[in-house]
Design a protein around this ligand. Sequence first.
Ligand code: FES
Length: 71
Amino acid sequence: MENKEQLIMDKLTKICTCKSISRYKIKQVIEKGFDDIEAVRKKTGAGSGYCKGKNCTEPIQELIDNYWEDK
Ligand code: FES
């Protein structure tokens, strides 16, 4: 269970700035079983913005990796 502060920061932090997708949303999708970068991108639309994923692919991959490390 994440603490309240972390939850607020996750909701405020945009991982995909082009599409305004929060870290909270990305984490939710990963926890639902979308466990690779393409699945997360398809589900959320992350990576389909102006930069075509140049800025958000690495942070999304880190969230996926961290999720599996914590398991
Ligand atoms: S930051 Fe995600 S597509 Fe640009």
